[in-house]
Design a protein around this ligand. Sequence first.
Ligand code: SF4
Ligand code: SF4
Length: 342
Amino acid sequence: MRHLKNVQQQIIRKFFMLFGSLKNNAPEKIINIRFYTDFNICNYSCPYCIAGQNDKQNMTTRWDSANLDQIIQNLTYLPYKINVRIGVKGEFFLSKKLTEGARLLSLADNVHSVNLITNLSFSYKQYENFLHGFDHSKTSIVASYHPSEIKDKEKWIQVACHIKKRYDFAVVLVGYPPFIKDLLKIKKELTGYGIEVFVQGFIGNYNGREYPGAYTVEEKKLLRKVFYSRHDYEFFAESKKPGLCNAGYRSFYVDMTGMVRPCGMGALSPVIGNLLSNPEIKPWDGPRPCMYDACLCDTENINTVIFEQHYRQTGINQHKYIYRFKNEAEKFPQMDEWKINY
Ligand code: SF4
Ligand code: SF4
């Protein structure tokens, strides 16, 4: 019976692969999918949590484990090579359902990679158990570093070093105003272990001021030194207004109700599919102008055409990339990432 179900699923999948490849506007490149699952249980209470962990009484969620199964199945039927980033409102590995869903994605033919995020609060042995049966070559992990919550920094770094040996791995820090002065030191320490570090700007209210718009000149000077790239600095610290964007063309945002939108920035984004109903997305035929004033998500702003023109991803991790003209800039310093008109 189970065998028959598998065969049936393979036939459906092949049909959609063939059907999709015949469409004129089917993207040829790998497409990025951000799947925001709304899973909202966390063992930390970071002061800057934008997922709402500090306001649990008012926290809302659309988490639905039956929807999760259906959406994951339909993701594996999509007629494209996909790079999926699974988003949460809590700690990913506290959910067995999510972990199992990610494992299935990592094993699917059309999945190029699966990007997961964790606060790295477990032992390496526990991570080995969580990730048992995954296709490790397709699994990328980002660990968020939360200074106020980590009890044993040395142990945290040890786990990070173990994970780095086996997975495409990076650490993300948050540009929370009281922590900014420490970010450079933390970054230096982690990069000393060969760990790549990027910084997400703080989004929210601190001392009555709304960030990231409220970053002071002094804070920006410090942030410039720690951001992963000029691109991140411009989008997070300077709230750069985006131009043309590949969202809706080569990147999509899926929520827990199955709705597919070009990106996760809000209600202006039109619906272009529903992965609860069927494995079909109607991509646009090219990049379109962004309708928002700023793009403040670490993996949304890399959808922009300006990013694609100036940066190249280095592997399966959606947030690891290099400046395309690094070599040229060694010969012609005016082409340096920080000197060009960006
Ligand atoms: S680990 Fe993430 S989800 Fe949990 S409290 Fe911290 S920022 Fe929020
Ligand atoms: S630039 Fe950001 S906000 Fe604008 S469409 Fe692209 S992903 Fe969405």
